[in-house]
Design a protein around this ligand. Structure first.
Ligand code: PLP
Length: 449
C-alpha cells in the first residue's frame, strides 16, 4: 500500500460516477473537490490507512461538494418562544411583504423612477406617506437599520458638538450597539447627564453649553431600572429643547405601532405617543415590533428629515429596494388596521392560550410521546424585559436533553429548541404554521435515532 496506488485526478474524472458530479457542480469545482479528497486520502495513507476505493473517493467528493454549497444562511424553525429573536433573523415577514419583496427582487421596479412624470424619482416616497399617515409625523426617512438612523442623526446634527444623554440611558443592545460608541463614530461629543439611577431636568439644564446640539433620549429596551430611580419625561426634555432651541431625538428601538398592553403585556412606548408629544425626531427599527424587514425608520419634523435626507451619509446608509417593498407592504397592514391578523410578530403576540395548548396537544398525539406543560414565551428584540406571555410547551423527556437539542439543530430545516428542567421544550408560539410538518418530521427522526 503506497501513495502511488492513489488514482490521479484525471483518472477519477474519467470514472462514470464523476460525470454526474461534473454535470451537477461544473468541472472546475469538481476538480477542486477531487483534489481535496485525494489530499485527505494521502494524509490518511501516511498515517497507515488503506488506499481508498475509487468509488469511495468519488462519494467522499460528492459529500465535500454538497457541504461546500450548503448555504450557511438558511431557514430554521424557531421553537424557543422568543418572538423577535435577533440571532434567528428577528421578524418573519407577512405573506404580502414576502410577495412584495419577491416582486421587486425578480425584476425592474419604480425604485427611483417617477412613473407619472417619466423622470427620476426618489426612493423615499414609497414608505414616507404610510409612515406619515400612521404616526402623524410631518415626514419620514427609512435607512438601513436603527443603528444607522441614530448614527445619521448624530453625524448631521451634532458632529463636533455636544449631545446630552442621561446616564440611565447609556445602553448596550445585543450585537454591540452601544450609545457611547455610536456617538464616538459620529464625531458627536457625549455629555453624560445625571447618575446611573436618577437624572433630573436640572441636570440637563446644568449641562447645556453653547456647543450643545441635541438632546437624546434612549429607550432602555432590554433592561429595567427599578427602585429609587427617575428620569425626565419626553415632554420635559422637549421643554428644555424649546427654551434653548435644541432638537430632541427619541430613540425608541423596538418602535411599537400597536399597544402591547392590549395583549396582556406591559405597555411598550409607542411611536405615535412620541410624535403626539411633539418629538422632533423619533428613531426605531423596522424588524423589531414593526414586524417588517431590517430597516431604520426616522419620523419627525420635515425640516429636520429633509436635512438628514440631503446629507451624503444618508446615501451610505440608504435602504435597498427589497427592504422598501417589504416595509411598505408591512406598513399597509397597520394602515388597514389588520396588523394583529397579518403581521407575524403580532399574530404570535396575540396567539390565544387555548390555541397554543391545542397545537402542543396535537403534537403529543402525532409524536406519541411528550406532554403539554405550561410555560412562558417572550417578545425579545430589546422590548419588554421581564415580561412574558403564558404559553403551552411540548415537553420531551429524553435521556440526554442537551445532546437531543444538538441533534435537532442538524435537522433540515434545523430546529432551535430550549432545554429547561431536563426536558427539551418546543414552544408552538414561534413555530410558523407552514413549518409544522417539518417540525414533526425533524422531531420524529431525532426521537428514533
Ligand atoms: C435595537 C435598538 C437599536 C438598534 O437597532 P437596529 O435596527 O438593530 O440597528 C438602537 N437603539 C435602541 C434603543 C434599540 O433598542
Amino acid at each position: 500500500m503506497s501513495l502511488r496506488d492513489l488514482p490521479s485526478v484525471d483518472r477519477l474524472l474519467s470514472a462514470d460516477q464523476a460525470d454526474e458530479l461534473v454535470a451537477a457542480y461544473g468541472r472546475p469545482l469538481t476538480v477542486q473537490a477531487l483534489r481535496t479528497s485525494l489530499e485527505s486520502a494521502r494524509l490518511a495513507i501516511q498515517q497507515g490507512h488503506d488506499v481508498p476505493q475509487e468509488a469511495d473517493l468519488i462519494s467522499g467528493t460528492r459529500a465535500t461538494l454538497q457541504s461546500w454549497l450548503l448555504p450557511s444562511l438558511r431557514p430554521v424553525i424557531n421553537a424557543t418562544g422568543v418572538i423577535i429573536h435577533t440571532n434567528l433573523g428577528r421578524a418573519p415577514l407577512s405573506a404580502d411583504a414576502q410577495h412584495a419583496v419577491s416582486e421587486v427582487a425578480s425584476g425592474y421596479s419604480s425604485l427611483e423612477y417617477d412613473l407619472e412624470r417619466g423622470a427620476r424619482g426618489s426612493r423615499d416616497v414609497h414608505t414616507e406617506h404610510l409612515l406619515v399617515r400612521l404616526t402623524g409625523a410631518e415626514s419620514a426617512l427609512v435607512v438601513n437599520n436603527n443603528a444607522a438612523a441614530v448614527l445619521l442623526v448624530l453625524t448631521v446634527l451634532a458632529h463636533e458638538k455636544e449631545v446630552l444623554v442621561s446616564r440611565t440611558q447609556l445602553i448596550e443592545i445585543g450585537g454591540g450597539f452601544r450609545i457611547p460608541q455610536i456617538m464616538e463614530q459620529s464625531g458627536a461629543i457625549l455629555r453624560e447627564v445625571g447618575t446611573t439611577n436618577r437624572t433630573h431636568l436640572k441636570d440637563f439644564e446644568g449641562a447645556l453649553t453653547d456647543n450643545t446640539a441635541l438632546i437624546l433620549r434612549v429607550h432602555h429596551s432590554n433592561f429595567k431600572i427599578i427602585g429609587f430611580a427617575t428620569e425626565p419625561s419626553l415632554p420635559e426634555l422637549m421643554d428644555v429643547g424649546h427654551r434653548h432651541d435644541l432638537p430632541v431625538m427619541d430613540d425608541l428601538g423596538s418602535g411599537a405601532l400597536l399597544d402591547t398592553a392590549q395583549f396582556g403585556l406591559g405597555h411598550e412606548p409607542m411611536v405615535q405617543e412620541s410624535v403626539r408629544e411633539g418629538a422632533p425626531l423619533v428613531a426605531f427599527s423596522g424588524d423589531k415590533l414593526v414586524g417588517g424587514p431590517q430597516a431604520g425608520i426616522l419620523v419627525g419634523e420635515k425640516a429636520l428629515i429633509d436635512r438628514l435626507a440631503r446629507h451624503p451619509m444618508a446615501r451610505a446608509v440608504r435602504a435597498d429596494k427589497m427592504c422598501l417593498a417589504g416595509l411598505a407592504a408591512t406598513l399597509n397592514h397597520y394602515v388597514m388596521d389588520e396588523a394583529p391578523d397579518a403581521v407575524p410578530v403580532w399574530m404570535m403576540i396575540a396567539a390565544h392560550e387555548d390555541q397554543l395548548e391545542r397545537r402542543a396537544g396535537e403534537w403529543v398525539q402525532q409524536l406519541e410521546t411528550g406532554e403539554v406543560v405550561p410555560g412562558r414565551s417572550t417578545v425579545g428584540g430589546g422590548s419588554l424585559p421581564e415580561e412574558t406571555l403564558p404559553t403551552s410547551l411540548l415537553a420531551l423527556d429524553v435521556p440526554h436533553p442537551n445532546a437531543f437539542a444538538d441533534r435537532l439543530r442538524e435537522a433540515d430545516p434545523p430546529i432551535v429548541a430550549r432545554v429547561e428542567n431536563d426536558h427539551v421544550m418546543i414552544d408552538p408560539r414561534t413555530v410558523l404554521p407552514g413549518q409544522e410538518q417539518a417540525l414533526l418530521s425533524g422531531l420524529t427522526a431525532a426521537l428514533n435515532e
